[in-house]
Design a protein around this ligand. Sequence first.
Ligand SMILES: C[S@@+](CC[C@H](N)C(=O)[O-])C[C@H]1O[C@@H](n2cnc3c(N)ncnc32)[C@H](O)[C@@H]1O
Length: 414
Amino acid sequence: MKPKIAAMNRLQSLSPDAAQHRARALLSHIEQAIADAGGWIAFDRYMELALYAPGLGYYAADPGVLGAWGGTSDFVTAPELTPLFAATLARQVADVSRLEGLDTIVECGAGSGRLACDLLAALDVQGWLPRQYAIVEVSAAMRARQQDAVARLPAHLRDRIKWWDALPDCFDGVVIGNEVLDAMPVKLAVRTTERWLERGVTFAGDPQQPLRWVDRATAMELRPSMQALPPGAVTELHLASDAFVATLGERLRRGLLLFLDYGFPAHEYDHPQRACGTLRCHRAHRAHDDPLWQPGTSDITAHVNFSSVAQAAASVGLDVLGYTSQARFLLNCGLLDVLGSAVAAGQDGVIGAPRNRAGLAQTAAVQRLLSEAEMGELFKVIALARGLRAPLMGFVQGDRSAALRSHVASEAAC
Ligand SMILES: C[S@@+](CC[C@H](N)C(=O)[O-])C[C@H]1O[C@@H](n2cnc3c(N)ncnc32)[C@H](O)[C@@H]1O
């Protein structure tokens, strides 16, 4: 979980020397990219290099970036928090796959591989397994970490997992992506009193502060709701994640895309009170707001604009089958029953833990998944589909997809 991380611990994901060393190597690479581009790169290009430059970027250099609280990790995601997240998601995946005769799961941005392992184990317990579980992962270092995790699975689960180097031209199945859209590069737009500018990065040549913001005139297409933001506002445009959703949607012949992430619809995204934007960085379980500081040593993320995701999906003919909070989705899928069974069975993956402590740990993790003050409300789930008939269990109560549709309609009317 990233957005609510408290700055109150002494965890250290990288030693100061290792951080400086990593940042120096990536800085020379970024300096070269800026020089090649004539002295300025747009922020989305900078973010792509800072996170994914091969061997140097945040996700490309160090596969230890995410994981359980503590140790060398920088942040915790829902699947890392508790296997009950995967067990609950498995109910939705198995239900729709059985009803629709789908036999493939595709996971985008699989991180440590924890969700893949726990999801397959939970599906096995539920008595339904996919023919194949394909992982789409942009980072070679993360892929290696996933391979290590998968190697520990029993053979009848392990053998179903493969890595797709590229999406096939056409496939049927259920695609899942947890906290992947927020990790895709965004463009930054800055409002002056007269117009919008695009924010980018130049090389300042100052060893204390080698990178500097520079804003330039832009021909970027802006969303109408950005008019609500006041002069001085900074916000993000999600061209990369929209293109990613549209490409998945184009290739999906029949099936479901399920994205879980933090974010809002456009009218909330562009609320005047959010005039500083949503770009955030995370290192050692602390949040900071300077993506130019020691590049490659912090995660950089932006909240997801779910109206934009819905629009990208609609542009390739997908239907929005549901949009709701993570808490509502997990409750609809039976998280409390899953918790009850786990507590009764004394399972929590903590070897040798006394039963009552195991139950408490699981209950506390579920509380974080559901609480409005933590991941329950800020995190949303969106379901995008082609050719499906059945309603989805995760959205039977509390579906808010009308909020996305009304926004799409008002944008079209502008
Ligand atoms: C914040 S981590 C989330 C990992 C995992 N899903 C979880 O919830 O723990 C983002 C993951 O998405 C991957 N990623 C980012 N952009 C991607 C893309 N375009 N295609 C595939 N994977 C991507 C990153 O390398 C990383 O593994």
